[in-house]
Design a binder for this molecule. Structure first.
Ligand code: ADP
Length: 381
């Protein structure tokens, strides 16, 4: 409070000094004007008449009018000479102090001891523990905060990577174990028993296909995480891309009824066609996996509010509201007991989401259990 008052007093005195000098200047101008008026109003006919007495009278009058002007000039200049520089100094003191402080700060250097303290504190931190940087030096607080937030982000990435590797190994362990089991069975009885031989070959085939898909998806995500999955952008027709995909599915999956809804106009977007097709395939694969044979799968294309969209709708098991929040997480499956049956890896939607987000788009889910699911991809164009 006292500090604030002092500050106000100081600014008021500066203002007074400035206004004060203006008042003096005004007074000076007034005196000059008065003298000029006096000269202009001088009775020149009196001067021309050559009457010495009258002229002397006028000169005395003029001297009397000019006296205050000269006195004022003399007092003002003397004051300015003696105290002028002091008052300017005082008025500018806050600015001078600011300049001095700035200069002092720019020349300030962290001494060696502080650096040593910082080095030791950083050296003691283990990246795997939850420790944070703490030197106890108030000058280093900003730096500590920045280093701690960097550490936090590094730890998060590290634990995500560790979880990904552990989940991936777990996923690969099962098909390898199944293949090994059937290979052992073949070795013991398969050579003589055609039934065992048949069963083992079918299982090994299916498991190795599943493993291949899993490895391909893992590689895709690993490349995406390390920024090695570049998009090849070009203008292309979404109508062609969607109808080609549905044609392929009609050929390879005859167990479902495929329906295609295309708009009358052609929708041309800029994007990576192969990647967007991969995202559409993931949605179609899911529709096939999670809906009964004989049901209908509808693939639609359209545009709305400056966004192009495609959707895949099935009449399948649906996704509960609780699971809808997790389906884009890596290795998430709403019903893990159906994994063997469907051959799902739990990675499809993570990949689709990565592709769509790189195109500035999003995937929306509309689903009701035992009624069906509609996944809609929309991207700006
Ligand atoms: P997955 O390879 O297991 O299908 P995804 O990442 O594609 O992996 O999907 C994650 C989970 O989301 C699936 O395991 C499934 O439980 C659920 N899901 C995805 N699409 C559908 C759908 N159309 N209908 C019902 N459930 C679905």
């Amino acid at each position: 409070m006292a500090k604030k008052r002092k500050k106000n007093d100081r600014s008021r005195s500066i203002i007074w000094r400035i206004h004060g000098s203006w008042l003096l200047k005004l007074f000076f101008v007034f005196l000059v004007c008065d003298a000029i008026i006096m000269v202009m109003m001088m009775p020149f006919d009196v001067i021309e008449s050559g009457n010495g007495e009258q002229i002397a009278e006028q000169v005395i009058l003029l001297k009397a009018r000019l006296k205050p002007l000269f006195t004022f000039q003399f007092v003002y200049w003397t004051y300015t000479l003696l105290f002028g520089s002091g008052s300017i100094h005082r008025a500018l003191r806050p600015l001078t102090r600011l300049a001095e402080t700035t200069q002092a700060l720019s020349h300030e250097e962290l001494d060696d001891e502080v650096f040593l303290q910082l080095e030791n504190a950083i050296g003691r931190i283990s990246p795997k523990s939850n420790e944070t940087l703490h030197t106890g030096n108030s000058e280093l607080q900003g730096l500590e905060k920045a280093v701690n937030s960097l550490l936090e982000r590094m730890r998060q990435t590290y634990s995500q990577q560790a979880r990904f590797v552990s989940d991936a190994s777990h996923e690969l362990r099962t098909p390898i174990a199944v293949i090994q089991g059937y290979a052992n069975m073949l070795e013991r009885w398969g050579k003589s028993d055609p039934k065992v031989l048949d069963e083992a070959i079918t299982a090994i085939n299916s498991e190795s296909r599943h493993m291949q898909l899993l490895i391909e998806q893992l590689l895709f995500l690993a490349r995406s995480d390390s920024g090695r999955n570049p998009l090849t952008m070009a203008d292309f027709s979404m109508n062609e891309m969607v109808s080609e995909t549905v044609d392929e599915y009609e050929m390879i999956n005859t167990a479902h009824k495929w329906k295609l809804r295309l708009p009358e106009d052609e929708i041309v977007v800029r994007g990576d066609e192969a990647m967007l097709k991969q995202a559409l395939r993931i949605l179609c694969d899911n529709a096939v996996k999670y809906s009964p044979d004989g049901s209908q799968i509808t693939v639609a294309l359209g545009k709305e509010n400056g966004r192009a969209f495609f959707s895949v709708q099935d009449e399948g098991i649906g996704i509960s509201p609780k699971d809808q929040a997790h389906v884009f997480e890596r290795f998430f499956r709403a019903d893990p007991s159906r994994v063997r049956e469907t051959g799902g890896t739990g990675l499809g939607l993570s990949i689709a989401q990565w592709i769509i987000e790189r195109h500035g788009g999003r995937i929306d889910i509309l689903s009701r259990e035992d009624i069906g699911t509609r996944m809609t991809v929309s991207i700006p164009f």
